[in-house]
Design a protein around this ligand. Structure first.
Ligand SMILES: O=C(O)COP(=O)(O)O
Ligand SMILES: [Mg+2]
Length: 226
C-alpha cells in the first residue's frame, strides 16, 4: 500500500505509544483491595485494556472478559478506580522504544497528529503530556468525547474534524483489532505495532495494511524525511 500521501496520523494510546498496564494494574488492585476482592495480574490487565476504562473495571471485578457486574457496583468501583489511577498515571508506565521519537519526527516533518484512545480524555491528556508529546499531538479524543467509542468511527472522524483535515491522506496507527476495525469503519488505512495489547489476536490476523516494529519506522514508510 502506498502511504506516501499521508498528511495526518491518528495514534492509539495504550499499547501503541505507552505501556500503561503497570499503573492500570496498581490502580485496579488498590480498588479491588478496598472492596476486599482478590487482586489481578499484569498479564490479565494486558488482556483487558482497549475497550475503555469501564470495560476494564467490569473485567477486573468479574475476572472475565465478558463479565457484567451489577451497574451500581460497577459505577462505584469505576469512580474509585478513576480516582486511584489519576493519582498515579505515569509512575511505572513507559513509552515504547521509538514511540516518542517516531511521533516527534512526523510532527517535525509537518504532519498533522492526533491521539484517538478509548481512555477518558482527562486521563489521556496528562499521559501525553508526561510523554513530552503535548505539542506534537495537539488533538486528543478520548473514549468519553463522542457518542460512541472505537471501533465506532466517530472518535476518529472527530479527531480529523478537530485537525481540520480530510479523511483522504489520513492513517490510523494502533495495536489492536479495535483500531483496525475503527480505521476500516472510517475508510482509512491502518498500520499496527506488534508489541501492544492484542488480546489474543495474532499480529497477522489483525488485517492491518502494514506493520512496524517501532514507530521510528513510520517516517520512511510514509516517505517522510526524519
Ligand atoms: O481501553 C482503554 O482505556 C484505552 O485503550 P486505547 O488507548 O488502546 O484505545
Ligand atoms: Mg490500544
Amino acid at each position: 500500500m502506498d502511504l506516501s500521501k499521508t498528511r495526518t496520523v491518528l495514534f492509539d494510546l495504550d499499547g501503541t505509544l505507552v505501556d500503561s498496564a503497570p499503573d492500570l494494574t496498581v490502580a485496579v488492585n488498590r480498588m479491588l483491595a478496598e472492596r476486599g476482592a482478590e487482586g489481578v495480574t499484569l498479564e490479565q490487565v494486558h488482556g483487558w485494556v482497549g475497550n475503555g476504562t469501564r470495560k476494564l473495571v467490569a473485567r477486573a471485578l468479574t475476572g472475565r472478559d465478558d463479565g457484567e457486574p451489577p451497574a451500581a457496583e460497577l459505577d462505584e468501583a469505576l469512580a474509585r478506580f478513576l480516582e486511584l489511577y489519576s493519582e498515579r498515571l505515569f509512575v511505572d508506565s513507559r513509552a515504547y522504544p521509538g514511540a516518542v521519537e517516531g511521533v516527534q519526527a512526523l510532527a517535525a516533518a509537518g504532519l498533522h497528529l492526533a491521539v484517538v484512545t478509548n481512555k477518558p480524555r482527562a486521563l489521556a491528556a496528562p499521559v501525553i503530556e508526561a510523554l513530552g508529546l503535548a505539542e506534537a499531538v495537539p488533538v486528543v479524543v478520548g473514549g468519553d468525547c463522542c457518542a460512541a467509542r472505537k471501533p465506532d468511527p466517530a472518535p476518529l472522524l472527530g479527531a480529523l474534524e478537530a485537525l481540520a483535515m480530510p479523511r483522504a491522506g489520513s492513517l490510523m496507527v494502533g495495536d489492536s483489532a479495535i483500531d483496525v476495525a475503527t480505521a476500516r469503519a472510517a475508510g482509512i488505512p491502518v498500520v499496527c505495532v506488534p508489541y501492544g495489547y492484542r488480546r489474543g489476536v495474532a499480529l497477522a490476523d489483525l488485517g492491518a495494511d502494514a506493520t512496524v516494529e517501532r514507530l521510528t519506522e513510520l517516517p520512511p514508510l510514509l516517505r517522510v524525511a526524519a
